[in-house]
Design a protein around this ligand. Structure first.
Ligand code: UD1
Ligand code: CA
Length: 453
């Protein structure tokens, strides 16, 4: 089936009260329009046209590389007028699928059903709502055949009681829409060209309209306000959490996890509350994530424990490492197996070797640390002279005493020892002891000053 998808995204989104076009607002870290485009692409042989208007330049820019075509609707004269802008892009014999940039959670499986139902005439996606107010109502005859969609503002009292509403999502043969859309009238309460009027037109031409009822209202819910955005965010997060649990992940509270990207977990991963996952995150078997952690584009190999309140970004953590609590692994951090990074430690562009420890209150940046190294509390790599960044290299088995400053570029040889409190400015050779601190003087009989009156 050749499918021409039209995504409506020209509206202003006034109620968002935002400078950002509505369809660029994210749900689970992805702009709403991006979600709709991805879902559309998953349907098979699709060509996608996005109808833009308000904030057109920003939307165009953001999706310049997404392979979709854009058409501009300079005045928002209605949904029928909007779809008509895409007619030049319709391919002969195709089926047109109309989607919305602000209806982000519609599922491919639902759309497949709709497409199947639209082989010879229009098929619309509806849903039954307890409170249908504001929506177009689906009018059916005694034998349940769809007759028309009547907009709220055009409906009489009896029609307003109908609880089956139009989602707006519709599929129809391109040749029918190409003929009907330019013939729509705007003689209605809103003075708009309604896409929904193609339903009555179809019925008048004796072409049956199929109504497909979606079973989950969230799937067809649109976002008009920040509150609705937040509702769909929660709905999707709940779904992602459930999928993780089905795949064997322990979530201490599925209501308190946020996944804004792809989270891939091996067996028996456990995630405590209030963790956020962004971009691509991979967790190996048995990984444990403590509460309040933020992980972005990183990989933690099997058996690693990330303790509470830690942040890991663009980093690779080996097997059986311990990180945190309160650790921050910044971009370019690589921990080899069994490494330990403790509380209030920040690392950046740092390789920490097999089994090495940086347990407390340190900054390790632009550094290469060998195996079995112990870095004492409060050690700082002075990697920045105000202009350039320089590197620190620490050999296998070295011991860096607490509160040392390693002024880069500098190299500490394998097995070397640095005395606590040293400021190291030049190379320490293998197995040497370097002490670079003021000598201790003890003054006996020292009297503390006393207060003068
Ligand atoms: C539309 C449907 C209604 C349905 C409801 C579901 C019509 C006439 N009515 O009503 O039956 O229940 O959606 O939410 O279709 N847009 C454009 N250009 C335009 C007009 C709209 O791009 O000229 C876009 C908007 O940005 C929006 C979407 O189309 O994303 C829907 O438009 P809106 O005016 O909100 O339609 P509703 O009145 O909600
Ligand atoms: Ca409207």
């Amino acid at each position: 089936m050749t499918i021409d998808v039209v995504i409506l995204a020209a509206g202003k989104g006034t109620r968002m009260r935002s400078d950002l076009p509505k369809v660029l607002h994210p749900i689970a870290g992805v702009p709403m329009l991006g979600r709709v485009i991805d879902t559309a692409k998953s349907l098979g042989d699709v060509a996608i046209t996005v109808v833009i208007g308000h904030g057109a330049e920003l939307v165009r820019e953001r999706f310049a590389d997404s392979g979709v075509q854009f058409v501009e609707q300079s005045e928002q004269l209605g949904t029928g007028h909007a779809v008509a802008q895409a007619i030049p892009n319709f391919r002969t014999g195709s089926t047109v699928l109309v989607l919305y940039g602000d209806v982000p959670l519609v599922k491919a499986t639902t759309l497949q059903h709709l497409l199947k139902a639209s082989s010879s005439g229009p098929a619309l996606l509806s849903v039954v709502m307890d409170d249908p107010s504001g929506y177009g109502r689906i009018v059916r005859d005694e034998s349940d055949k769809v007759l028309a969609i009547v907009e709220q503002k055009d409906a009489d009292a009896e029609t307003l009681r109908i609880t089956e509403i139009n989602s707006g999502i519709l599929a129809a043969p391109a040749d029918l829409l190409t003929q009907w859309l330019p013939e729509l009238s705007n003689d209605n309460a809103q003075g708009e060209y309604y896409l929904t009027d193609v339903i009555a037109r179809s019925v008048s031409e004796n072409i049956d309209v199929i109504g497909v009822i979606a079973d989950d209202p969230d799937e067809v819910a649109g976002v008009n306000s920040r509150a609705q955005q937040a509702e769909l965010e929660r709905a999707l997060q709940r779904e992602l959490a459930e999928a993780l649990m089905v795949s064997g992940v322990t979530l201490l509270d599925p209501a308190r996890i946020d996944i804004r990207g792809q989270l891939e977990c091996d067996s028996d991963v456990s995630i405590d509350i209030n963790c956020i996952f962004e971009g691509r995150v991979k967790l190996g078997a048995g990984v444990k994530i403590g509460p309040n952690c933020l992980l972005k584009n990183c990989e933690l190999a099997a058996g690693t424990v990330l303790e509470a309140n830690s942040i890991v970004e663009d980093a690779m953590v080996g097997e059986a490492c311990t990180v945190g609590p309160f650790a921050r692994l910044r971009p370019g951090t690589e921990l080899a197996n069994g490494a330990k990074v403790g509380n209030f430690v920040e690392t950046k562009k740092a390789k920490i070797g097999l089994g090495s420890k940086v347990n407390h209150l340190s900054y390790i940046g632009d550094a290469e640390v060998g195996e079995g190294v112990n870095i004492g509390a409060g050690t700082i790599t002075c990697n920045y002279d105000g202009v350039n960044k320089s590197k620190t290299v620490i050999g296998d088995g070295a011991f860096i005493g607490s509160n040392s400053a390693l002024v880069a570029p500098v190299e500490i040889g394998a097995g070397a020892t640095v005395g606590a409190g040293s400021t190291i400015t030049r190379e320490v050779s293998a197995d040497e002891l370097a002490v670079a601190r003021g000598k201790q003087r003890n003054i006996s009989g020292w009297q503390r000053p006393t207060k003068k009156n």
